[in-house]
Design a protein around this ligand. Structure first.
Ligand code: HEM
Length: 370
């Protein structure tokens, strides 16, 4: 498609027709162009916005709401704030790796890549990380449900999630602490407080975005390294290559396959195609990151690749809020794992590995290592 139909009209799995953007330069243009909006209720009225807890979050809003909603949590995710968490992230990593010590095999996803980011985001928010398996069920359902097939299940889980949060917020209201939820509950930014729905939305978004993606960053990086033993050995020899290795993994096999939906807010011509107001536009992030026009030897996994302006975290005003956290978690996780278990290898045939279903997330279901 990138070669022949870079702006491609197609039917998406949820039955909607829309445009898929696969080239790097086009992707950047769409991500930066305010004529492509996120808030669907502006185009199709109020009824659709009832559907998802996320509709009232920064990810599905446009300026000026976007600025207000993002501004309320941005301070907790600046590179400086995140750098201050290095010690705690290393501690959690060590505890998880201790549990794998002495075992003949580990399932990298369940035993390490999932618990690490979910414990971290739970601690930031102040919700009990002991409830992480519930969050995992709810968030898997919300992500898979978003492509239509599992909609009934999704609404059931969304309600359970909201009920859980509602009980938790009651507790916090009575006894606030220093965590992010306490701050959000007390939030007043430029005189604007969050509405109740926005509060549910932002907490659910952070719990889900805070782990669904990083788990796959860790899994996909280890898989790419095992498939490219020269790169694995290079990283084992030079652990300071970890920064470029993580960037290369994000580019090569990014955890978010497709952007969230954007909508044309006016009729326009784009690369010779007539896009109408209300049309859906989706960006194939991983395709853009393999565009030969932008990345030399794009299909090569090269952990020494410098200056790699990949789109794994998106671009523009919706650039991933959690990017500094995800990068730090990825760096600590991969370096610590390789240091502790330098001889890891796949415990099953590569053909037995299964990718997770759904359009948005790119990650392996289980990654057994010995
Ligand atoms: C937005 C990817 C980790 C929170 C995004 C977007 C992408 C992305 C592509 C933009 C989507 C779009 O424009 O359609 C990733 C990847 C991650 C990761 C690949 C891990 C490797 C995280 C973490 C958090 C997080 C750890 C939370 C702490 C968010 C939020 C947004 C976002 C809140 C919405 C930002 C906005 O709309 O202004 N992420 N993410 N992400 N991400 Fe991440």
């Amino acid at each position: 498609l990138r070669e022949t139909e870079p702006v491609y009209k197609m039917l998406f799995p949820d039955g909607q027709e829309g445009w898929l953007i696969t080239r790097y330069n086009d992707a950047v243009e769409v991500l930066m162009d305010p004529r492509f909006i996120k808030d669907i209720s502006k185009l199709y009225g109020g009824s659709i916005e009832q559907q998802s807890v996320f509709m009232h979050t920064m990810l599905f809003s446009d300026p000026p709401d976007h600025k207000r909603l993002r501004g309320l949590v941005q301070k907790a995710f600046t590179p400086q704030m995140i750098a201050g968490m290095r010690g705690r992230i290393q501690e959690i990593t060590n505890e998880l790796l201790d549990k794998a010590e002495g075992k003949t095999t580990m399932n990298l996803i369940d035993d390490f890549a999932f618990p690490l980011p979910i414990i971290v985001i739970c601690e930031i928010l102040g919700v009990p990380s002991a409830d992480r398996d519930k969050f995992r069920v709810w968030s898997n359902s919300l992500i898979e449900g978003s492509n239509g097939e599992h909609a009934t299940e999704m609404f059931k889980h969304m309600n359970e999630f909201i009920q859980y949060l509602s009980q938790w917020f009651e507790k916090v209201r009575k006894n606030p602490g220093y965590d992010l939820i306490s701050q959000l509950i007390m939030a007043e930014e430029d005189g604007d407080q969050l509405t109740e729905r926005e509060l549910y939305g932002v907490v659910a978004l952070l719990i889900i975005a805070g782990h669904e993606t990083t788990v796959n960053l860790i899994g996909n990086t280890i898989l790419a390294l095992l498939e490219n033993p020269d790169q694995l050995n290079l990283l084992k020899d030079k652990s300071d290559l970890i920064h470029t290795a993580i960037e290369e993994s994000l580019r090569f096999n990014g955890p978010v396959e497709f952007s969230t939906s954007r909508w044309a807010n006016e009729d326009m011509e784009f690369r010779g195609k007539s896009i109408r107001r209300g049309d859906l536009i989706v960006i194939a992030l991983n395709s853009a990151n393999h565009d030969q026009g932008q990345f030399k030897d794009a299909d090569l996994f090269d952990i020494t690749r410098e200056k790699s302006p990949h789109l794994a975290f998106g671009k523009g005003i919706h650039l991933c809020l959690g990017a500094p956290l995800a990068r730090l978690e990825g760096e600590i996780a991969i370096n610590s794992l390789l240091k502790r278990f330098p001889l890891i290898e796949l415990a099953v045939d590569k053909e037995q590995l299964e990718w997770r279903p759904g359009m948005i997330v790119r990650g392996i279901k289980e990654l057994p290592l010995s």
